[in-house]
Design a protein around this ligand. Sequence first.
Ligand code: NAP
Ligand code: MG
Length: 516
Amino acid sequence: MLAEFRNEPYADFSHPENKAAQEEAIRFVENQFGRKYELFIDGKKIKSDRLFKSYNPSDKEAIIGAFYKASKHEVDMAIDAAMLAWETWRQVPAQERAIVLLKAAQIMRRRKFEINAWMIVETGKSWIEAEADTSEAIDFCDFYAREMIRWSEIKGVTAFANELPELRYVPLGVGAIIPPWNFPMAILTGMTVAAIVTGNCVLLKPASDAPAVGHLLVEIMQQAGLPAGVLNFIPGSGSEIGDYIVQHPKIRFISFTGSKEVGLRIIELAGKHSAGQLWIKRVIAEMGGKDTIIVDTDADLNDAAANVIASAFGYQGQKCSACSRVIVLDKIHKKFTQMLVDLAEKITIGDPRDAKNVMGPVINQASEEKILRYIELGKAEGDLLTGGGKAPGDGYFIKPTIFKNIQPGARLDQEEIFGPVLAVLKTSSFDNALNIANSTEYGLTGAVYTRDRFKIEKAKRDFFVGNLYINRKCTGAMVGAHPFGGFNMSGTDSKAGGQDYLGLFMQAKSISEKLI
Ligand code: NAP
Ligand code: MG
């Protein structure tokens, strides 16, 4: 009997031994900079004829590592290996597959500071953001292991005279796992292990900005005893090999998390039949957000301000769940806006290897340029309150930026920026606030700060998002407690970390044996 699932506790960095261990792990990781990493196909390290580099966004000169790059040839090799492995992996009992995940969770616990360190240097996460990311990866392994056992025990049918009916959940086949760079351990792990524990074999194409973190999972799964060919690691450019993978006739499903543009493209291409394809491809696509917090007149303003700031600027606003709009009622607008500015101006920004920095860099140059363009647009669409440009340093540092007087319908009110930019909107009633909140094409997360029971119930009914929080920040979904996934253009509402999730990677086979 397994103990009940519990979320992994975060290491407390105010304890000197944890601080020292994290510092040592950063040095350990820095000593490995510049290594070359092979692809991993059928349990073997494979070199290709091209390499690409991963950089540290805090220090543009530092090369994290060089990665052999998959082309169509390696994609074909990986699909062949996965198809072969699937013949046996699908027959391994659910309990045994679950044990591999439980072992992986233990290995991650042991290597936690090292995993954090890779995220700190490769993706610019602060210590606490990295710690939350690794802990969530552990949670996904622990949670989906238990979930697989539960799914394998579901009966799902009623007795029928003279027959022995049963319902079996069987895996789909070979799938592609295409994660983003922003939760390089947590989301990549969750997507991968859910597909594997349900009996599928996969190709994992990590985001090109975070291949070193992705490589860690491959190493860990190998240590945990995963058989060859079940997990094949094929780093490479999404724009070069993405379409080929998605359209491949042997790919049965695609699990994607990333931007709306790429997600919609995958859905479209996967819907077209390729020669030799036997099935309708299943696509799980979790995409962008334009997430809103509403602050009502009777809210605890100190708590609301602190959590709007945490939701807007945690990991530099590069979370799909990040608060990028706060809608404030007239009466408290002036006071609340000033509270936000005061808190934003206290945020320390710089290389996150230094624990004192709360905010690090944005991920890369293209992202920096895009965010700075939105900041210039914000100066035209509203009034700049604080921030408004680059912060000092050798990396892609951008100051936490807040605009007021952004009007409903403005681009800063509608578009995902994916950076440390917060738009404040003012409105006269709670109903208007809800209308504005619901007026984008997205529907991922949202939060409401109010003490009014009637308004709380109204928000629960009418705020149209996949993840709604009351009197709490709109980021930081916990595995098990807050199944995660959005409505509308935010995705297919897969509810990662919830009890429905594993069902997406299986199909139900109904069998009935007549007793003769
Ligand atoms: P992205 O640019 O869409 O990339 C996501 C993944 O797709 C990467 O691995 C990328 O590879 C790959 N890709 C690119 N073009 C492809 C193609 N034509 N076919 C197949 N794959 C392709 O997104 P991102 O910049 O990594 O992540 C940020 C976005 O993710 C934001 O919009 C954010 O809101 C969203 N997100 C959503 C959730 C959620 O749960 N809803 C969670 C996290 C992030 P390359 O890296 O090689 O380009
Ligand atoms: Mg990088």
